[in-house]
Design a protein around this ligand. Structure first.
Ligand code: GDP
Ligand code: MG
Length: 441
C-alpha cells in the first residue's frame, strides 16, 4: 500500500544524520513512484514532489535536529495541503432549508450517503428530509425509502401529482414540501450512470438549476483509481459541485483518488464514507487523512525508536558527569554501547544540539571503531577506566596486548576520549540542553 511504501522510504532515511542532496532526491523519487503506483494523478504527483524536494533541500531540514523526521513532517504538511488544507464543514443556508444535492456515478454511494448524512444531521438536532430524484433505476426510490427508515428520516418520493418520471419536478416539489413541513435540510439523491454520460449530466444540471442547492456534493468511489480524475473533471464541467465525498474509504483504497480529486478540482473533500452501515461516515479531515496515508504514527515511532534507545536516564547521568568533571572511560564505553544500540553514531550526534564540531569530526567515523574501542576499554581495569590518568606506558602495553590492538591504538583512544570529554563538556556547560522527546542531555 501507499502507506507501506512511504514507511519504507522513510525507514531508509532514519539512520541519516545529515541529508545530502542525493538522499533527498532518492527519497523524493521513491515518494513519486509510490504516489504514481497509488494512482495519484501525474500532475498532482509532480507538483507534490517538487514542493517536497524544494523544502527538503532547504534550510529547515539542514538545521533540523532530526532531518529524517523533518522530511516526514514536510511530506505530511504537503499531503495536508493537497487534501485541501483546512477542514471544510458543511455549509448551512442562512434561510432554511439548506438544500444538499448529491451527484456521482452509479454505485458511487450516493443513496447510502443520503442516509448517512440524514442520520448524522438528525443526531445534531436538524430535521432533514430525503428526496428521491433518482428515477432511473427501478429500485432507486425503494432503496432510498429503506435508508430513510433506517435513519429515521422522512423520504419525499414521486407520486402521482408531484412529478412521476420527472426528477426536476420531484426535486422542486420536494423543496416546497420541506418548507411547508419545516424541514431545515433537504438532501436530494439523484441518478447516476455507469460511465460519464451526457444525458445524466444534463439531468443533474437541470436539477441543480431548478433547486439552486447550497451544496452540491460529488460522491466518488475512492477505489476507482486512475479514473477518479477524469470522472471528477467531467462532473465539475457538467454539473459543478461545491464539495467532494469520498466513499468506500474502508476498502482497499490506495489513497490515490483522495489525493487527486481535491487537488485537480480545487473543491474540498467534506465527508468520508467508510462502510455500508449508516454510521460508517465522518467529516473529512485533511490532516487525519494525511496521517492515514503516511501511517504517520508508525513512521514517527520508527524514527523515535532510534532516539529512545539512547536511554534518557543515561543521557542525564552523562550530562551530570560532564558538568562535574567526572566523565570517565567507563562512561565513554557505556555511551559507545548506547550509540551502537542505536545503530548510528551520527544519529546520536545529530541529536546533540551544539555538537556540530564533533559531528563534523566524526562524520567519517567508522562504526567498526566502536567495536575496537570496546575491546580496548574492556581490557582496562575498573580503576583505569575511572581514572585515565593512571594509564602509563606499561599499562597501555598491557591493554594493547589484552585487546589485540597496538599501543598506538590505545593512545589514540585515550586521546580521543579526552578530546570528546572536553567537547561534550563544552556542550553541557551551556546549561544542560533539552532535546525534544529525549530529555536533557
Ligand atoms: P449510488 O448508486 O451512488 O446510489 O450508490 P449506492 O449508495 O447504492 O451504493 C452502491 C453500493 O456501494 C452499495 O452496495 C452500498 O452498500 C455500497 N457502499 C456505499 N458506500 C459505501 C462505503 O463507504 N463502503 C462500502 N464498503 N460500501 C459502500
Ligand atoms: Mg442511488
Amino acid at each position: 500500500t501507499l502507506s507501506d511504501r512511504l514507511a519504507d522510504t522513510f525507514k531508509n532515511l532514519r539512520s541519516k544524520g545529515k541529508l545530502s542532496a542525493a538522499d533527498v532526491d532518492g527519497t523524493v523519487r521513491e515518494i513519486r513512484r509510490a504516489l504514481l503506483d497509488a494512482d495519484v494523478a501525474l500532475d498532482v504527483v509532480k507538483a507534490f514532489t517538487t514542493r517536497v524536494r524544494e523544502r527538503a533541500l532547504g534550510d529547515e531540514v539542514n538545521r533540523a535536529l532530526n532531518p529524517a523526521q523533518q522530511v516526514v513532517q514536510i511530506v505530511n504538511d504537503e499531503l495536508i495541503q493537497i487534501l485541501g488544507g483546512q477542514q471544510r464543514r458543511l455549509e448551512f443556508a442562512k434561510n432554511p432549508p439548506t438544500v444538499i444535492m448529491l451527484a456521482g456515478l452509479q454505485g458511487a454511494g450516493k443513496t447510502t450517503l443520503a442516509g448517512k448524512l440524514a442520520k448524522w444531521l438528525a443526531e445534531q438536532q436538524h430535521t432533514p428530509m430525503l428526496v428521491a430524484a433518482d428515477l432511473q433505476r427501478p429500485n432507486a426510490v425503494t432503496q432510498l425509502q429503506i435508508v430513510g427508515e433506517q435513519a429515521g428520516v422522512p423520504v419525499f418520493a414521486p407520486e402521482p401529482g408531484n412529478g412521476v418520471g420527472d426528477p426536476v419536478k420531484v426535486a422542486k416539489n420536494a423543496i416546497k414540501h420541506a418548507i411547508d413541513k419545516q424541514h431545515d435540510v433537504v438532501i436530494v439523491d439523484t441518478a447516476g450512470r455507469l460511465g460519464v454520460d451526457a444525458e445524466m449530466m444534463k439531468q443533474a444540471r437541470d436539477i441543480r438549476k431548478a433547486i439552486d442547492p447550497d451544496e452540491v456534493l460529488f460522491v466518488i468511489d475512492a477505489m476507482i483509481g486512475q479514473d477518479a480524475v477524469a470522472t471528477a473533471k467531467a462532473f465539475q464541467e457538467g454539473v459543478d459541485f461545491t464539495g467532494v465525498v469520498l466513499s468506500k474509504l474502508d476498502g482497499d483504497a490506495r489513497g490515490g483518488a483522495a489525493l487527486s480529486v481535491a487537488s485537480v478540482t480545487g473543491r474540498p473533500i467534506i465527508f468520508a464514507s467508510t462502510g455500508e452501515g449508516l454510521s460508517d461516515f465522518e467529516p473529512f479531515h485533511p490532516d487525519r487523512m494525511a496521517s492515514r496515508i503516511l501511517d504517520l504514527g508508525d513512521i514517527l515511532t520508527l524514527i523515535e525508536q532510534a532516539q529512545k534507545q539512547f536511554d534518557e536516564e543515561e543521557a542525564r547521568k552523562v550530562a551530570e558527569k560532564l558538568a562535574s568533571d567526572t566523565f570517565t572511560l567507563e562512561d565513554f564505553l557505556a555511551q559507545m554501547q548506547q550509540v551502537k544500540k542505536m545503530g548510528s553514531l551520527k544519529g546520536m550526534l545529530s541529536m546533540l544540539p551544539g555538537a556540530k564540531g564533533m559531528r563534523e569530526q566524526l562524520e567519517n567515523f567508522d562504526e567498526r571503531e566502536i567495536t575496537r574501542t570496546e575491546a580496548i576499554i574492556q581490557s582496562m581495569t575498573i580503576a583505569e577506566r575511572r581514572n585515565p590518568k593512571l594509564l602509563n606506558g606499561s599499562r597501555r602495553l598491557r591493554i594493547a596486548k589484552g585487546s589485540g590492538m597496538t599501543v598506538t591504538d590505545v593512545n589514540q583512544l585515550v586521546a580521543r576520549f579526552e578530546q570528546a570529554a572536553k567537547m561534550m563538556k563544552t556542550v553541557a556547560r551551556g546549561g544542560v540542553p533539552q532535546v525534544p522527546g529525549m530529555g536533557p542531555i
